[in-house]
Write a protein that binds this ligand. Structure first.
Ligand code: NAD
Length: 283
């Protein structure tokens, strides 16, 4: 079983994945270029752990053990002893490729280099590496500690050994793995595009406001969260970029057409919960 895990990006997903790995006993190094993001991640974990103690789910010893399993680092080189690295940075192919190239120069030949991308081609990310067969997609859902499902996506370059080892380890982290082909949006994010897209179109056509659409889907459709609540939770910037990527990757199939409303919200910094304002106000 893998013990040393490196995580790149201490935002929403990187922090959640770090918590999952640290909880099962992995020694995690969490790296970000932005030291404020590292501080925020550490503070958020402290809060989550304190709440779990309060609820009696873990005790103080367990809290300390989990927190001590995570080291916050501000240099990519610090991940050199990782057996598995999971990248969760901005959803931009060129940026991810650059980080992967640099990372490969620090880690051992055996290190598995994974991306948590929601929509980008794993084959394309893998092509940046000298040893692309070590590259794989490991797609956690938000919030990573609570969501059981993890999509594991082998690229056409990925070796069977890397797929087997990755699947085994992620299952060992208490997750249910669905192996998906390297196609835009994989399984869940492809199904989810029309859910968000059609909701945004209903709003744009003046049929109903955000709250009415959310309320209808929750009370009639049985969804736990409405589409606008969910977009605010995920982050409008992240959600918009995923839609744009899937739309382009499917050769501009109108089924996946992005929304101007969401683009403007994203450009205005109305990102959702993380910025304090999205379709709803969180301040
Ligand atoms: P986020 O904006 O919350 O966090 C990204 C972090 O990466 C930031 O802290 C930023 O400082 C850091 N970063 C940016 N460039 C970097 C670099 N070059 N090196 C190191 N750190 C860098 O984003 P997120 O929501 O956590 O998403 C991260 C990835 O996970 C994306 O690929 C996204 O598509 C995917 N994803 C997101 C969700 C979600 O619900 N938010 C779900 C599944 C997958």
């Amino acid at each position: 079983m893998i013990k040393h895990v490196g995580i790149i990006g201490s935002g929403t997903m990187g922090s959640g994945i770090a918590q999952v790995a640290a909880t099962v006993g992995c020694l995690v190094k969490l790296y970000d270029t932005n030291t404020e993001a590292l501080d925020k991640s550490k503070a958020a974990l402290e809060k989550i752990m304190a709440r779990l103690v309060e609820k009696g789910r873990i005790d103080e010893t367990e809290k300390t053990r989990i927190q001590d399993n995570i080291t916050y680092v501000d240099s990519l080189k610090d991940l050199s002893d990782s057996e598995l690295t999971i990248e969760a940075i901005v959803e931009n192919l060129d940026v991810k490729k650059k980080v992967f190239q640099e990372l490969e120069s620090y880690v051992s030949k055996k290190t598995i280099i994974a991306s948590n991308t929601s929509s980008l081609s794993i084959a394309s990310i893998a092509s940046a590496l000298k040893k692309p067969k070590r590259c794989i997609g490991i797609h956690f859902f938000n919030p990573a500690p609570l969501m059981k499902l993890v999509e594991v996506i082998p690229a056409i370059q990925t070796s069977d050994k890397v797929l087997r080892k990755t699947t085994m380890n992620i299952q060992n982290w208490g997750k249910t793995v669905a192996v998906a082909k390297d196609t835009p949006g994989f399984i869940v994010n492809r199904v989810a595009r029309p859910f968000y897209g059609e909701s945004l179109r209903i709003y744009e056509e003046g049929i109903a406001d955000f709250a009415t659409i959310d309320w209808s889907l929750k009370s009639i459709g049985g969804f736990r969260m409405g589409p606008f609540e969910l977009m605010d939770f995920i982050g409008n910037d992240v959600n918009y970029t995923v839609t744009e990527t899937v739309f382009k990757a499917f050769y501009y199939d109108p089924r996946y057409k992005p929304s101007f409303t969401q683009k403007r919200f994203s450009e205005a910094g109305y990102l959702g919960r993380k910025s304090g304002k999205g379709y709803y106000d969180y301040s």
